[in-house]
Design a binder for this molecule. Structure first.
Ligand code: HEC
Length: 286
């Protein structure tokens, strides 16, 4: 009996030791998960680096300056990407971008940049402890973002998973403004603006927020539950907050970016507020 137990311990010890002896770099090699329906591919960093080229990004979104990267053209990871209505990028910090295949295959020229073991990237924002990590190991960058009309919310960093999905509103019907059959003409036209507002919301806000409990992200608060900001903010201050959060309240750990007129036009901001206001009337406690 004694002998059996001690040989058991011996086996366990050997197992523990052999695991400890695996080189740290190999054990920790970051992996990018790329899923299209049933098809799942796990790209190790070295497999990606084998396909990479060097690119230069003039105005990098995360670092706000010129950056040089080892990067793989997006199409290498996901052939026929233009056919996908929506592709989801899940970052390790709770940020989730849903980007259309059209954008990914379009003039913005999408690449996945890879942080290498030899040359690590700096902190995204060394002054904010919430952003003290780098944008790596994998970061979606755009060579010509202006040409593709790509916004800052379409540069997900610290990406862990990429997958082909339905659109956000298909997956979360509770984020869609609803019309009652008895709607008046005036209500109909408000609802049309609200649908436009939902598109603004989906592109710029849903990367961090949920609404009515619907959405992928978990960085910011839900914008309808338990209450909707249009209920507890004066409109002028809500507009100010969206344009420039620090002009309303300021603290070191704030993460919400401002959206100037170039990113969200006055009309789009108006539609966004119509959307939020309408959502307050169709609160879904699920
Ligand atoms: C990068 C993530 C991010 C994006 C993008 C973002 N937000 Fe936020 N938002 C936050 C976080 C986090 C907070 C909590 C305050 C903070 O940390 O800045 C917040 C706070 C808010 C608040 C205040 C809520 C409250 O009760 O205090 C409102 C309103 C809001 N966001 C609306 C929006 C809208 C509308 C958009 C899109 C135009 C948007 N946010 C885009 C992360 C984000």
């Amino acid at each position: 009996m004694h002998i059996r137990i001690s040989s058991c311990i011996g086996v366990v010890l050997v197992w523990v030791l052999s695991n400890l002896l695996v080189p740290v770099s190999a054990a920790q090699e970051p992996v990018l998960e790329v899923r299209n329906g049933e098809h799942l591919k796990l790209w190790t960093r070295s497999a990606l680096l084998a396909e990479a080229v060097e690119i230069q990004i003039d105005k990098d979104s995360a670092y706000k300056r010129r950056m040089t990267y080892r990067a793989v053209p997006y199409a290498k990871l996901m052939p026929q990407v233009e056919q996908h209505v929506s592709v989801q990028f899940v970052a390790s910090d709770g940020f989730v971008a849903n980007i259309s295949g059209k954008d990914l295959a379009g003039k913005g020229q999408a690449y996945v940049a890879i942080e290498t073991a030899e040359q690590s990237w700096p902190a995204v924002n060394p002054d904010n402890p919430h952003k003290s990590a780098s944008a790596g190991p994998f970061y979606l960058v755009w060579l010509t973002p202006e040409a593709g009309n790509i916004s800052n919310e379409q540069w997900p960093y610290q990406v862990a998973k990429i997958s082909v999905t339905l659109t956000l509103s298909e997956r979360y019907p509770q984020i869609v403004p609803k019309l009652t059959p008895s709607a008046t003409t005036a209500q109909m036209s408000q609802a049309k603006l609200a649908v436009k507002g939902m598109q603004v919301y989906t592109k710029h806000c849903a990367v961090c927020h949920t609404i009515n409990g619907g959405g992928d992200a978990s960085i910011g608060p839900d914008l309808n539950l338990p209450f909707n900001p249009t209920e507890y903010f004066q409109e002028a201050y809500l507009r100010k907050l969206i344009r420039d959060p620090a002009s309303v309240r300021r603290w070191k750990l704030a993460v919400m970016p401002g959206f100037d007129r170039q990113i969200i036009s006055e009309d789009d901001l108006q539609n966004l507020l119509v959307y939020l206001t309408l959502m307050a009337k169709q609160r879904d406690p699920k």
